[in-house]
Design a protein around this ligand. Structure first.
Ligand code: GLY
Length: 358
């Protein structure tokens, strides 16, 4: 006999099917709606393939899922070639790298976060220390740096030469109403010019569930490139860029943080899963809500759809997973990293809208 939960899940799936029909939302069939007997499952943004592999390995060796995901994203934070996070992250408009990160641990329902943190390669590890060694959830700016120093985190110049050149190119070319002069054409190699003109919200989120169904997550980022100094995105805001509930699962976000904050994005995804939606459908439902609530003409394309990208990544405590993006190809194909059933790989994310903004 169907339970109330079954009935709600059926009604909500029908609602998502209606959303999909109305928007042309693409579902990605490879994503898993079946409980996985083969936990651990670790999900991450597309730049997190090394992170999912490392975290899964650690969990298989008995590590707590929080230690595992923080160690996993640490590989990306330390990679100078990833300009979205940690060392080599793109700086604020003054050329200073400011990092945001949060962690959340399902079994204890505790969280820690840092925002606008300078000079520390591993903000996620500092966020974990906030969780473990303070009675607070979020430390910002100078206070976060002093806390990191107190715990012995080494200070490092995070602005690599390549990131400085990208920022300088942006600074010299983004306006003709200042005194900076653009460099000569062909001045620089093309490989990094792609980063210059578009603002980027690159970030890494990674969530994991172990064999016992314990869940944890982390989100870490250098935030919006060329931001106003002090700007804080969704990544360190519990409920926005990350949320974990050990009774349900976990969700995280990347992309335009302001949109995710305004819709309590990751919390909303977890609540949709609590209500019975599968992870991918929960991600799509919240993307639809964000799209519907985007009213500012500045943020709409020629067809009235959001002109920005947002991704959600979600897992359940029984090992189901899914991811969805606002757009299927916003400069790059919408994908995510996943370790499940003993294999580490990338899969296509579902999308609310095909293609890119008009
Ligand atoms: N989602 C990253 C940011 O907006 O800072």
């Amino acid at each position: 006999m169907p339970t109330e939960l079954d009935r709600r899940a059926f009604l909500q799936s029908a609602a998502v099917a209606t959303v999909a029909a109305a928007t042309g939302a693409r579902t990605a069939l490879a994503q898993s709606d079946a409980p996985s007997a083969a936990r651990p499952v670790v999900i991450a943004s597309a730049n997190g393939t090394n992170a999912t592999a490392k975290a899964a390995d650690m969990i298989a060796s008995g590590a707590d899922p929080l230690d595992a995901v923080v160690a996993g994203v640490g590989l990306v934070e330390a990679d100078p070639n990833d300009h979205s996070v940690g060392l080599g992250g793109l700086p604020n408009e003054d050329g200073v790298v400011e990092l945001d990160a949060s962690v959340m641990h399902g079994p204890t329902h505790r969280a820690g976060a840092v925002a606008a943190l300078r000079n520390i390669v591993h903000p996620a590890a500092v966020a974990q220390r906030v969780l473990e060694r303070t009675d607070h959830v979020l430390l910002v700016g100078e206070g976060a740096l002093r806390f990191a120093r107190a715990h012995g985190f080494p200070e490092t110049e995070l602005l690599t030469d390549e990131a400085r050149r990208i920022w300088l190119h942006w600074k010299e070319t983004h306006s003709e109403r200042d005194d900076w002069i653009a460099p000569p054409a062909g001045d620089k190699a093309q490989s990094w010019l792609q980063h210059v003109q578009t603002f980027t919200y690159g970030t890494i989120n990674c969530c994991a569930v172990d064999a016992a169904g314990n869940v944890a997550g982390v989100t870490t980022t250098s935030g919006l490139s060329y931001k106003i100094p002090g700007r804080v995105g969704d990544s360190p805001i519990i409920g926005a860029g990350l949320y974990v509930d050990n009774a349900v699962g976990a969700a995280g976000a990347t992309g335009r943080g302001e949109a995710v904050i305004l819709n309590a994005g990751s919390f909303s995804v977890v609540e949709q899963m609590r209500g019975g939606l599968a992870p991918q459908d929960a991600c799509l439902a919240v993307l639809k809500r964000i799209s519907d609530r985007t009213k500012d003409p500045r943020l709409l394309d020629a067809n009235g759809k959001p002109n920005y990208q947002v991704y959600f990544y979600a897992i359940t405590r029984d090992g189901r997973y899914g991811s969805a993006a606002m757009w299927s190809n916003f400069g790059r194909r919408a994908e995510f990293s996943i370790y499940a059933a003993g294999r580490n790989r990338t899969e296509d994310a579902a999308c609310l809208y095909e293609g890119r903004p008009a």
